[in-house]
Design a protein around this ligand. Structure first.
Ligand SMILES: *Cc1c(COP(=O)(O)O)cnc(C)c1O
Length: 478
């Protein structure tokens, strides 16, 4: 059962099923849907999981939740992983006490595929079952957009509108979106930053007129952002999987996660609470370090802050949506509502000392400037490993005396200019050529779908101001 993260004092929870929460994430009365309880994974599970496949581990975990989704439906969704070039993640030993959990072996080369591939199959399947058509919207800081477009490409019951901030994504990320070519896909460049695009999305999801206009076209509205709990569930699995495969003796690990909207890190938190051998979770940020401040000082403070563009654009986020689910799990729905409303109205909130202590039992945080990030890329390259600028933010947070798992969220090929600057100390002259050269130098290959982007035809060319979005989208679906 999934419940709402925000309640008034004295109000009782009325839960919804997983399929309802996935199809209508905005029905949570301004809050988000979150699990009311998390199942416990016992010794027997862990003993079995050490020898089990990724898909079987996922199915066993989902079964414990008792969702309204059958094993067959989950199995069909997880079969999307069969197209990944690994099974579906790859764990590398980097150093004596450092592993890298590579989550980007799916079609769009970012970890977003880990959740969005099976999520897309579930949504299209639910829609077919209930005979409805959906408009799935997403706002992207760079990787959610391509992954959402890819998962729904050609879907029969789903149309997609993807909003991206113009100029704020990498060139490859932009190409992945504007070359997406299928009759059910639309991409709109938004004049603004990611927070503007995400806020516009949240406003539209809650706009009664907009929903009514869609309903008149027989379209129901849903969202593919990590406000959708259907994504988070799939993100619990890879953390459990890494724990089981890296240390079958279940010695406690330190998981480090490059964070933006906190979906990936929330997956690690849920995995820990369910019994995975995770001692601590490191939250890595870039210069947009609201999470560093929250976890170190107990303050979420947006006053006087402006979003700073960095070389890790998928983490260029100040308003981190999934923190709400952490607050709910630790402090309950009444307190969560109070804090989230304070953030909306006063642009800041403070946790009590007790609350902060609870967070710090589990989490620690730090951030990287772009130059620190470049140093980390160069450090990894000197050891023969190409890591992208998001993954690179984790290195600074490696702890001594424990086994660390760095969560690798994207493949470097999406960020060649930053890689060249970090490793060669000069500007990139020709992205396509230098990507291939770097790949040969390190003995790795450029995935064919990335190589093909440079010659692909641009299929999407809409741009809009935030204020024009509603009309433009209604025009699109006419
Ligand atoms: C989305 C993304 C992140 C941030 O993940 P959250 O779940 O939003 O915290 C980090 N790195 C990359 C490459 C991403 O695409």
């Amino acid at each position: 059962m999934l419940v709402n993260t925000r309640l008034n004092a004295g109000e009782a929870q009325s839960g919804v099923s997983l399929s309802e929460a996935i199809l209508d994430p905005a029905a949570a009365h301004g809050g988000l849907y979150a699990p009311d309880t998390l199942p416990r994974l016992d010794d027997e599970f862990f003993a079995w999981a050490a020898g089990a496949s990724y898909a079987d581990i996922a199915l066993a975990i989902f079964a414990k939740f008792k969702f309204d989704v059958s094993e067959e439906e989950f199995r069909a969704a997880l079969s999307r992983y069969e197209s990944f070039d690994t099974d579906p993640v790859e764990i590398h030993k980097f150093d004596e006490n450092v592993y890298i959990n590579e989550l980007w072996h799916g079609p769009t080369r970012a970890f977003k595929d880990m959740a969005l591939q099976p999520f897309g199959a579930l949504v299209d399947g639910f829609a077919a079952k209930n005979g409805k058509k959906y408009l799935v919207m997403c706002a992207t800081s760079g990787d959610t957009g391509p992954a959402t477009l890819e998962t729904f490409k050609g879907a029969k019951n789903v149309r997609v509108v993807c909003l991206y901030p113009i100029g704020a994504t990498s060139a490859v990320q932009r190409l992945q979106m504007v070359t997406a070519d299928a009759p059910n896909l639309a991409v709109i460049g938004v004049k603004g930053n990611f927070d503007d695009a995400q806020k516009a999305l949240k406003t539209l999801l809650n706009d009664a007129d907009f929903r009514a206009a869609l309903a008149a076209k027989n379209l129901h509205l849903s969202a593919a952002n990590s406000v959708n709990i259907g994504r988070i569930l799939f993100q619990v699995i890879y953390h459990v999987y890494a724990c089981v495969k890296i240390n079958a003796n279940r010695e406690p690990l330190n998981i480090i996660v490059p964070s933006g909207n906190f979906g990936d890190a929330l997956g690690a938190y849920y995995a820990r609470k369910m019994g995975a051998n995770i001692a601590t979770i490191g939250i890595a940020s870039n210069a947009n370090n609201t999470l560093t401040q929250l976890i170190r000082e107990g303050r979420y403070d947006l006053r006087g802050r402006a979003l700073t563009p960095t070389i890790s654009p998928a983490m260029d986020i100040l308003v981190s949506s999934n923190i709400e689910r952490l607050l709910f799990d630790l402090f309950g729905a009444v307190r969560t509502k109070e804090l989230m409303e304070r953030l909306a109205n006063e642009r800041h909130y403070e946790l009590s000392a007790d609350e902060l202590a609870k967070i710090q039992e589990i989490f620690y945080a730090d951030f990287c400037t772009d130059s620190e990030c470049e140093i980390a890329i160069k450090f990894a390259a000197a050891k023969g490993k190409l890591v992208d600028p998001h993954t690179a933010t984790c290195f600074k947070m490696i702890k001594r005396g424990v086994t660390n798992v760095l969560t690798s969220t994207a493949q470097w090929v999406k960020f060649t200019p930053s890689m060249i600057k970090a490793i060669k100390g000069r500007a990139c002259e020709d992205e396509e050529r230098e990507m291939n050269a770097l790949a040969s130098e390190f003995g790795v290959s450029v995935p064919s779908q990335i190589a093909a982007l440079f010659d692909a035809k641009q299929a999407q060319n809409l741009n809009a101001e935030v204020s024009e979005l509603k009309d433009k989208i209604l025009e699109l679906i006419k």
